[in-house]
Write a protein that binds this ligand. Structure first.
Ligand SMILES: *Cc1c(COP(=O)(O)O)cnc(C)c1O
Length: 386
């Protein structure tokens, strides 16, 4: 059986976690949390980082920091995880979905401006598969219209756009360290904040609305309730696990990139023969091999291929059902403009097994199985217009 995902594990985590247990301090902001935060501060260039209990919670903090209120509107793609929308819906905002680009599955930057109204407060671009959105255009629109930018970089740790890490272009970047992501602490995440005042508020929000962080640094002599907030501080036990992986972040990244390239090379003949489409990486993007996906002709071919692979012990999976067509999305949001690509592309995408340590032999098995499917189903090729 070739699983779709296996949580990253280098082996060094055991020692780190044992040290955390022996240290007798398992609550938040212990030595491993500090080490992870230092790593993230360096990674985040001028931004400052805080570890969080999840990527979802990082997004929730982002919505609080942007002061999103009832009646505000937030623009995002419909092709994303529920957490991107929930973070803002929880603050009472209306979600305004715009179409995606078919090449990267990211928000179509050319459709954002027309979706802006006087209620629009923020844009939440999602870097799908660790491939950057067109951040230069998005930041220009945001500055022209005085909008906050909260990047959902949950999948984008170690990925760059014009040489700079994704998640450091907007006011706030949100990362996930869930076990399905490239770097994992089981459940966890991080927020990277560019503005210093905003960072100070984030510390408070993360500590149940108290100024406990300043108290621990001796900056105030008692701590008290000063703002809204919640419990977004992860245990040092989880941070210990993550710490081991961040130290070797490049090793994990290179291993995933090799797997990604191997898929790409082996499936190239099928893409040349118009049987499937491969992911597009724009020239200005350095991706992190978070995902390797193919696109087949339609949902029917995809279902057949999923079963074909499953029979051969390979787990390949589809991804998001567009949020605007989901029950909560219909209630809490609206789609601006025409859904040209979102639904159609979401029905064609198939994600192949990809995780740290996936063997070249297993990648070849997956590719061989897809090739045998193509041979057995010649009429399932993609119709090429023009
Ligand atoms: C994983 C993910 C999240 C949520 O992260 P968690 O750590 O699981 O809460 C949010 N947005 C996107 C795009 C994701 O892939």
């Amino acid at each position: 059986m070739i699983p779709f995902n296996r949580p990253p594990l280098l082996g060094t985590e055991y020692d780190f976690v044992a040290q955390a247990i022996a240290g007798n301090k398992l609550c938040g902001d212990g030595p491993f949390t500090k080490q992870c935060t230092e790593w993230l501060n360096e990674y985040g260039e001028n931004g400052r980082a805080l570890l969080t209990t999840s990527g979802t919670h990082a997004l929730e903090m982002g919505a609080m920091l942007a002061d999103i209120k009832t009646g505000d509107e937030v623009i995002m793609p419909s092709y994303t995880f529920s957490s991107t929308a929930n973070a803002f819906a929880l603050r009472g905002a209306k979600i305004v979905f715009v179409d995606i680009r078919p090449d990267t599955m990211n928000i179509d930057e050319s459709k954002i401006e027309e979706a802006i109204t006087e209620k629009t407060r923020a844009i939440a671009p999602v870097h799908y598969a660790g491939v950057g959105c067109e951040m230069k255009s998005i930041m220009k629109i945001a500055s022209d219209h005085n909008l906050f930018v909260i990047e959902d970089a949950a999948q984008a740790m170690m990925a760059k756009y014009h040489g700079k890490p994704l998640g450091t272009y907007g006011d706030i970047g949100c990362y996930s360290f869930h076990e399905t992501k490239n770097y994992s602490m089981g459940e966890g995440g991080a927020i990277v904040i560019q503005d210093h005042e905003l960072y100070k508020r984030a510390e408070i929000i993360r500590e149940k609305g108290t100024d406990r962080s300043q108290f621990l640094r001796g900056q105030v002599d008692k701590y008290t309730w000063v703002d809204i907030g919640s419990s977004y501080l992860p245990s040092d036990l989880n941070a210990a696990l993550l710490c081991a992986q961040l130290i070797d972040a490049e090793k994990i990244n290179q291993n995933r990139l090799e797997s990604w390239k191997s898929y790409y090379e082996q499936l190239k003949p099928l893409s040349d023969a118009c049987f499937l489409e491969m992911p597009t990486i724009p020239a200005e993007c350095e991706h992190n091999a978070h995902m390797f996906y193919i696109k087949v002709r339609d949902i029917g071919v995809r279902s057949l291929l999923i079963s074909w692979l499953k029979k051969r012990g390979i787990l390949a999976v589809f991804h998001y059902v567009p949020l605007h067509s989901a029950p909560a999305g219909r209630l809490l949001g609206r789609f601006h403009g025409v859904d040209v690509h979102t639904t159609r592309e979401s029905e064609r995408i198939l994600r192949l097994p990809l995780f740290y340590g996936l063997s070249i032999e297993d990648i070849s098995k997956v590719c061989d199985a897809i090739m045998s499917f193509a041979k057995a189903h010649p009429s399932s090729a993609i119709w090429v217009e023009g």
